[in-house]
Ligand binder design. Structure first.
Ligand code: G6P
Length: 496
């Protein structure tokens, strides 16, 4: 991430996330193939030219031997990535267990695990211990490479303990933490056995960021109600701990993320994407295309979306062979039993609907359990008439942004869950729905398919403007410069 003018970057930004933007697959004792994922965070940080970014995280593989660890570290160094090596047991307890079976569903209002509650409750403490242990392992790597003046940006629910671990090592470190999921109402957070420890650990950061004002408000309420702390318009105040310690203000604010919209818009002109577009148009000629792109996750509301589509087909005979729903469901966290159950449930519903409404030549739902490459995805967005983003809860949901970026020609309609963070920015252009209300979603599908061009144009214009002006780069720049300012202000306050 050197500056384009060739000058050295001024400050180092250490980005710490559970997953590196590169995943590694072992090819031999000391050889690796690295697959780069050009996700939102990567493009966001590519835009932050003032800083030289380094990534610290898990490469998605468990490497226990020294030769492997050394060679992977060297291979990743070329990509400015530094691996954290987790053991199989830690991955199971921390990542599959505490992160994805406890925090993830809870933060998305799906509650603590319902089935086998006793077993979960018994296993809770050891998962929580592993979570803390894993966070310390991330901290150890950061502490080793930290140099004075570096900025450390911790990401997501996997690393809520990290700010505290880092500040214990060095009080002067500039530490920010950003949550990519919703932060739930304090009444939900209260149910978590480790509610206070997590809040205190996050409050060790200098700046705490969320996608929306509501999530920030929930976090502040949790701190005041559960920890009994004072809230100020700027954040949360922690009283002094020891005689010579100063009290601390942790700034809490909303920083809604965006996408690298230019990357999507530019891709549409590529010959390969144009080729895909033509193929898709031929393939679905005479039918309106509806699209869903989701990780195969409970929070995405895929079964509810399919049931709504089924209801629409039941009630709208005339549309049966004139519309197709393409559902891309990207497999994720496949070791967690809840995700395995969801896959079977979705397959069963798709099978039933296709059996009911399909013909010898066409089926109403094309369901794919896989990821698509970037160019195929852009083409799919471009040919879509109606996108269905019906998450039950979602931190932001950038699929909705990506769809809008690719719709300058078509001006298709976005049906968007009111429980996605994106509803706060794209709400005026989208058709907002309650994804739990199948009747309402079925009606929205009908409205979207029948919507006339002037209204589609007006709605698209609003959303396109938002998506192209509130980009990922702007998000990252704002967070990082605010973190810098926050620390400087705090230092001035301490001197006064
Ligand atoms: C969400 C989380 C990310 C996570 C991603 C993929 O977007 O906020 O932190 O990386 O899901 O999930 P995975 O478990 O595969 O990393």
């Amino acid at each position: 991430y050197e500056r384009e003018d060739g000058k050295p970057a001024r400050q180092r930004l250490l980005v710490v996330a559970n997953r590196l933007p590169v995943s590694a697959v072992r090819k031999g004792e000391d050889s690796w193939s690295l697959e780069i994922s050009a996700g939102g965070l990567v493009s966001a940080l590519l835009g932050v030219k003032e800083f030289e970014a380094r990534w610290i995280g898990w490469a998605g593989v468990n490497v226990v031997d020294e030769v492997g660890q050394k060679s992977l570290t060297e291979a990743l160094a070329e990509k400015r990535c530094i691996p954290v090596f987790l053991t199989e047991k830690i991955v199971h307890q921390y990542y599959n267990g505490y992160c994805n079976n406890i925090l993830w569903p809870l933060f998305h209002y799906l509650g603590l695990p319902q089935e086998d509650r006793l077993a979960t409750t018994r296993g809770f403490q050891s998962q929580f211990d592993s979570y803390q242990e894993a966070n310390q392992m991330f901290a150890d790597v950061v502490n080793k490479i930290y140099e004075e003046g570096d900025i450390v940006w911790c990401h997501d629910y996997h690393l809520m303990f990290l700010p505290q671990c880092l500040k214990k090592f060095n009080k002067k470190m500039k530490v920010g933490w950003f949550l990519h999921t919703p932060f739930p109402s304090s009444e939900i957070h209260r149910t978590l056995p480790s509610r206070s420890e997590l809040l205190r650990a996050v409050l060790a950061a200098d700046l705490v960021g969320f996608h929306t004002y509501d999530y920030a408000r929930h976090f502040v309420s949790a701190c005041t109600r559960i920890l009994g702390l004072e809230a100020t318009p700027e954040g949360v105040e922690t009283p002094p701990e020891g005689a010579e310690n100063q009290g601390k203000l942790t700034r809490v604010a909303a920083f809604p993320i965006g996408i690298d919209s230019d990357r999507f818009i530019r891709a549409l002109d590529l010959p390969k994407v144009q080729g895909h577009i033509k193929d898709l148009q031929d393939r679905f000629k005479g039918r309106k295309v509806m699209l869903g792109v989701d990780r195969l996750d409970m929070i995405k509301g895929i079964p509810q979306k399919l049931l709504a589509f089924e209801k629409f087909l039941e009630e709208n005979d005339g549309w049966r062979d004139k519309v197709v729903l393409l559902q891309i469901a990207v497999p994720t966290r496949t070791d967690v039993p809840e995700y395995q159950k969801l896959t079977s449930q979705v397959h069963e519903i798709v099978g039933r609907i296709n059996g009911r409404f399909g013909s010898l030549t066409a089926v109403p739902i094309h369901h794919l359990d896989r990821t698509l490459d970037f160019q195929a995805l852009c083409a799919l967005y471009a040919v879509t008439d109606v996108a269905l983003v019906t998450s039950l809860r979602d931190g932001m949901n950038l699929v909705s942004y990506e769809f809008v970026a690719c719709q300058e020609k078509k001006k298709g309609v976005l049906i968007l869950s009111e429980f996605a963070g994106a509803a706060q920015s794209l709400g005026a252009g989208a058709l907002l729905v309650n994804p739990w209300n199948i009747t309402e979603v079925a009606k929205a599908i009908s409205k979207a398919l029948n919507m006339k061009s002037p209204e589609r144009e007006k709605r698209h214009r609003h959303n396109f403007h938002h998506v192209t002006t509130h980009t990922a780069q702007e998000w990252a720049e704002t967070f990082v410069s605010e973190l810098n300012d926050t620390v400087v202000e705090a230092q001035l306050r301490t001197k006064q």
